[in-house]
Design a protein around this ligand. Structure first.
Ligand SMILES: [Mg+2]
Length: 395
């Protein structure tokens, strides 16, 4: 029997948001597609490989993407759909093994050692997983397999798009050493600059440098960490978790928010959107987080963990106002606001009995139905509606 030495599998969906959009709109197939905020300050959330060939990448300002890719199809993100697709993907991963560690909505590590009785080789597991993802979800994914955890992630990166790469146990260094050192975990911009000044360009260069020189430059813990990785060593195991860990919404404003009224209305709008997203996902969350980015790009977050999970817009709004006060905005302009909940539970899960009338839920569902038909902004709390007819008047 095969020894199954290569037991770490990293699976990563290709251009995930774009591919979910293509599932419901086939006209997006085979053309450059960019999913992202369409406002003046929007950024690219996901780009198809056709768009990447033209130089578009995620986190790029949308205006730049339009210049590089004038014939691209630009699509606003629909996170509710992506979350649903993500849950289907993770359910599929877990049908192979419960040993699944989620890295993001579309990416996970699997420890496949428990499958040795079911598959002839680790490669056969990877092929079966990719086939299932393709057949059952209709989505492309790339898979890397290795005997060392972080090597499996670099292998799936190298296999993209829509590929599979297994690095044989013992061959890790031959795979790693020609790669730019930047691809190692823990090599950010500052570390990269320090390594460059030592003449280190590739992972192989890093492996060849005496550790005491690295220690002098990077300190003992980072030096030891990077030396191990460069030697193809990584003792980390797969740590199974829960899948999607938070749901959040944020918005970058075309013009910085200045008055406290403007900020409050923007926040209320976000709370309403977040409630809609939670409702569609059937989730409630225990921890609420507020994110504020100021006009000078300084960013603050404030969180509160609540006794009962929240999902309703009114509850999210009440708690967000408290967090907003704690953020002490003062007179600074605000470029971005975000709210999110983590510690997710199923909204249908039994909760403590309260006297709250069930009509609340009925009302929420009605609102949700209207929104589905007419868009997210069709039903808003009353204080958001007033700013429309008066738009343009001084505030
Ligand atoms: Mg991906």
């Amino acid at each position: 029997m095969h020894r199954f030495d290569e037991r770490f599998l990293h699976v990563d969906m290709d251009a995930f948001f774009v591919e979910v959009e293509r599932l419901r709109n086939p006209r997006l197939i085979d053309v450059p597609v960019i999913v992202g905020g369409l406002g003046r300050r929007g950024v690219v959330a996901s780009a198809s490989y056709e768009a990447r060939e033209l130089g578009v990448h995620s986190a790029m300002p949308i205006g730049e993407a339009r210049r590089l890719c004038p014939n691209g199809r630009f699509v606003p993100p629909d996170h509710g759909s992506y979350l649903k697709a993500s849950e289907r993907a993770f359910a599929l991963f877990r049908s192979f093994t419960p040993q699944v560690e989620s890295l993001s909505v579309d990416e996970a590590f699997l420890d496949i050692s428990g499958l040795r009785l079911h598959y002839a080789t680790p490669l056969a597991v990877g092929e079966a997983l990719r086939a299932e993802i393709r057949n059952r979800l209709g989505l492309p994914a790339s898979v890397g397999i290795a005997a060392v955890k972080f090597v499996s992630k670099l292998a799936s990166d190298s296999a993209k798009p829509n590929g599979l790469l297994l690095i044989d146990a013992g061959k890790e260094r031959a795979f790693l050493h020609p790669m730019p050192v930047r691809r190692l975990w823990g090599v950010g911009e500052a570390t990269h600059a320090a390594l460059e000044s030592l003449g280190v360009a590739t992972i192989g260069d890093l492996a060849a440098i005496p550790e005491d020189i690295l220690v002098k430059r990077l300190g003992p813990s980072l030096a030891a960490h990077l030396s191990h990785l460069a030697a193809g060593e990584d003792l980390r195991e797969v740590e199974p978790g829960e899948g999607a860990k938070s749901i959040s919404v944020e918005h970058t404003y075309d013009n910085d928010l200045q008055s406290s009224d403007e900020v409050a209305r923007a926040l209320l709008r976000l709370c309403t959107r977040l409630a809609g997203r939670l409702h569609r996902a059937g989730k409630a969350g225990h921890t609420l987080t507020l994110k504020v980015r100021y006009d000078d790009f300084a960013t603050t977050t404030r969180s509160e963990t609540l006794r009962e999970p929240i999902a309703a817009g009114s509850a999210i709004w009440d708690e967000s106002k408290v967090l907003l006060e704690r953020a002490q905005i003062g007179r600074r302009g605000i470029r971005l606001l975000g709210v999110g909940v983590s510690g997710l539970v199923d909204a249908a899960a039994p909760q403590q009995l309260t006297l709250e009338p069930s009509s609340r839920t009925v009302a929420a569902e009605t609102v949700e139905k209207v929104r589905k038909r007419f868009g997210d902004d069709s039903v808003l709390p009353a204080s958001l509606i007033v700013d429309r007819p008066h738009k343009g008047r001084g505030e």
